[in-house]
Design a protein around this ligand. Structure first.
Ligand SMILES: Cc1cc2nc3c(=O)[nH]c(=O)nc-3n(C[C@H](O)[C@H](O)[C@H](O)COP(=O)(O)OP(=O)(O)OC[C@H]3O[C@@H](n4cnc5c(N)ncnc54)[C@H](O)[C@@H]3O)c2cc1C
Length: 360
């Protein structure tokens, strides 16, 4: 069944396989000042601890703040905003495919096909097929929001990467994001090629809580599990009138897995273009290419295990002010600051990896 064009400049149809009604993820990201979703920020920190066997320190983040938004608060907020608009409609049904035919975008559902001026697609229909020289590490993590009887956490300070845990599987660290003196989100995170058994994440979380935080007794209030691709694979960003968004549009940073702020930036650029009645998206620019190259070099180093991530991140944090590192991870540094970051990691290993990436 071919339906009448749903989308004109005014109507928006949001299709998802199911309504977003659970707190299925917690987003953390850094930002200067207040952002678009400031009212949703659940907790934030201006100071974090970094730990590794090579270097440990408290890192003052200002002018940045490390912020946390709970998925469920975000979903409710968006639904509330959408309710105020009569032109936004939600439809809960699996999408089979999207595409462009005769310069018209379409979305194919079991119940029929919708056509539109543009389709913004954040569905990764299949895992990307990697070409020669492309790597994919998985950032996989299990997090618990725990509640303790005694006050053990400092709500004013988060732990941003604790690499003191075993590095046997590859780059592995913990986040500790305190919600109060007796509650925190503790997340066991790995950058490796393969997932672990669920039991291994659980054992690692328990042993970290006991060994480093002295917590043997706690209640698990909430659990989350996630997998984010860390890759130098080039995802399509535009195909005809289909614009790829989010992870499906390659907006997770290849070398860190952070995606939330990159998605917001891309979305803001799309909105700005639509307001000016321009085509909503552009192919990636020179600056994005530069950072993709840097991501590729780090992925090369981690993939071939030339160095472990704890050594790399420890060197970078040891030799640079935190704000510069965050700017670099945000793809916001210029060449001078890039060179200072590069100068802080083992040059021989990175130069060799850079040459391999340049000539692959
Ligand atoms: C648990 C978890 C924690 C994360 N934490 C952080 C973090 O702290 N910081 C950060 O920067 N990034 C984080 N990320 C990474 C990234 O920010 C999130 O994955 C983000 O939600 C990606 O947005 P997206 O739009 O690409 O995908 P999603 O938010 O997953 O949206 C895709 C949507 O498509 C729908 N869908 C899928 N297939 C179909 C289909 N066939 N038909 C119809 N609908 C379909 C899904 O239901 C979903 O609603 C996290 C990811 C996870 C999983």
């Amino acid at each position: 069944m071919m339906r009448e064009p749903f989308f004109d400049d005014k109507k928006i149809l949001v299709v998802d396989k199911a309504p977003k009604i659970t707190n299925d993820r917690t987003w953390c990201f850094w930002e200067q000042g207040d952002g678009l979703f400031e009212s949703l920020v659940y907790r934030q920190w201006t100071e974090v601890d970094f730990y590794s066997t090579h270097f440990s320190a408290g890192l003052p983040l200002l002018p940045y703040r490390y912020k946390m938004i709970r998925g469920i608060d975000f979903y409710r907020h968006i639904q509330e905003l959408a309710k105020e608009k009569t032109n936004i409609h939600f439809l809960y049904e699996p999408v089979m495919t999207t595409g462009t035919k005769d310069d018209i975008a379409f979305v194919e559902l079991a119940s029929g096909t919708y056509t539109a001026k543009y389709v913004f697609n954040s569905i990764l229909f299949q895992q990307p097929k990697l070409h020669t020289g492309e790597y994919m590490l998985l950032q996989h993590f299990k997090g618990w929001v725990i509640e303790t009887e005694m006050p053990v956490f400092n709500p004013g300070k988060a732990t941003f990467m604790d690499f003191r845990v075993s590095q046997e599987e590859g780059t592995t660290f913990m986040y500790v994001l305190p919600l109060s003196a007796t509650s925190a989100l503790v997340e066991y995170t790995l950058f490796t090629a393969k997932l672990l058994s669920q039991e291994k994440y659980t054992t690692a979380l328990k042993s970290y809580l006991e060994k480093y935080l002295g917590i043997a007794k706690f209640k698990i209030e909430h659990e989350e599990f996630g997998i984010i691709p860390m890759t130098n694979h080039v995802f399509p960003s535009i195909e005809g009138r289909v614009i790829y968004m989010g992870i499906a549009g390659g907006q997770a940073k290849g070398s860190s897995g952070y995606a939330f702020q990159f998605i917001q930036k891309k979305t803001a650029a799309i909105v700005a273009n639509l307001i000016k009645s321009r085509f909503p998206a552009q192919q990636i620019n020179l600056k994005e290419r530069k950072f993709r190259f840097y991501d590729s070099v780090l992925l090369n180093v981690l993939h071939y295990r030339k160095l472990n991530g704890d050594q790399v991140f420890a060197s970078i944090f040891k030799k640079n002010p935190p704000a510069r590192v965050l700017r670099f991870l945000d793809n916001e540094t210029g060449l001078w600051e890039d060179l200072q970051i590069m100068n802080s990691v083992p040059t021989g290993v990175f130069l060799k990896a850079a040459m391999q990436e340049l000539f692959r």
